[in-house]
Design a protein. Structure first.
Length: 346
């Protein structure tokens, strides 16, 4: 049986691609497939068509172990599922929460329909949700290798746009193949570095304003597998990568004066601050929705990238005058406005 393969769909308004056309690769996040880039729950066209109509050739992927790239034919005890309760409370029906876990949740206005079970748009979205196979490290290794293979087949540097964990895959790809990547747009990436902003109210999906360091979580800051740091991070043995206690980069609790909040960054008192020279070779943007739980912690991911010497712009949709978006901003009513904002930055 083949494993680790990746389904790719190419979309273009041209009969043949010209060398001057910049490719965009759209990389989905957890529990999703490339279908989310094609059509929105309200029936509108997705970002793939938005970018094609603006002159790009677009490649939509189903990452390994997802959708048409599954390669898994037997039940796996490590499979996780995204429940309707979680989708409602964290993604589609934020404004209906009686006791929202983050202050801006009540500003969520861009999801089409009520966002509650039984609503047509909710039902269409929940039907696209897929089980999540294997652990983070295995998914990141397979996703990184597969997207690099796609870039080698395209034979042109591409723009990588990733959502959620797909954004972290984009960084891993750009770190390993910087010559193949023109820019990275990270839409609400998984974060923050070295920890989590999830609360005890819901062991896996609740969010709050406090960031805590957690052993074994994003041990390399923006990923769970090694990146090309300078000086190098402590090299893992095969056993280390499976151990939650392995700490390749010393980190420290830091107070961000501009945010008046705590995050975790590399500890400058325990050796030189490591840089990411390969990611310094292209521009990066981190995009955050006003009503999303990521409004509580994407800034901390930006702080980590900046400390590593990376040129990164935090595109806060609220500050840009685009209001009411949750975590699934690319599926919401004003998604074309957000696509235009990304292109303006590019």
């Amino acid at each position: 049986m083949v494993s680790g393969q990746m389904f790719v769909e190419r979309i273009s308004s041209y009969y043949e691609d010209h060398a001057s056309i910049i490719p965009i690769i759209l990389i989905h996040g957890d529990h999703q497939t490339g279908a989310g880039w094609l059509r929105k729950p309200d029936g509108g066209k997705g970002w793939a068509h938005s970018f094609v109509s603006r002159g790009f050739v677009v490649f939509v992927v189903d990452l390994p172990f997802h959708g048409r790239s599954t390669g898994i034919t037997t039940p796996d005890p490590r499979t996780t599922f995204l429940t309707s309760d979680v989708v409602e409370s964290q993604m589609t029906a934020l404004r209906h929460a009686e006791n929202p876990e983050w202050p801006s949740a009540k500003t969520h206005t861009q999801w089409p329909g009520s966002g509650l079970r039984g609503d047509t748009c909710f039902n269409r979205f929940i039907q696209t949700v897929v089980p999540e196979y294997l652990d983070r490290k295995e998914r990141q290794i397979a996703g990184q290798q597969a997207v690099i293979s796609l870039l080698q087949a395209i034979r042109r540097p591409a723009i990588l746009i990733g959502h959620g964990s797909g954004a972290n895959i984009a960084w891993l790809v750009a770190d390993s193949a910087p010559q193949c990547v023109k820019a990275v747009v990270a839409v609400e990436p998984v974060g923050p570095a070295f920890g989590s902003a999830m609360t005890g109210r819901n062991d896996k999906f609740g969010h709050g304003p406090d960031i805590e360091a957690i052993q074994g979580v994003r041990q390399f800051g923006i990923a769970d597998i090694p990146l090309n740091f300078d000086p190098p991070a402590e090299p893992p043995s095969s056993g280390d990568l499976l151990s939650s206690s392995f700490q390749p980069i010393p980190y420290i609790k830091a107070f961000a004066t501009d945010m008046k909040a705590i995050c975790f960054l590399q500890d400058p008192n325990r050796g030189p601050v490591r840089k990411l020279p390969n990611l310094q070779q292209m521009p990066h943007a981190v995009l955050t929705g006003e009503a999303s739980p990521h409004s509580m912690f994407d800034w901390a991911t930006v702080k980590f990238l900046e400390q590593a010497g990376i040129k990164v712009e935090h595109i806060d949709l609220k500050r840009a005058g685009i209001h009411g978006n949750g975590h699934l901003c690319f599926l919401e009513k004003n998604s074309d406005m957000i696509a235009d904002l990304i292109l303006s930055w590019l």
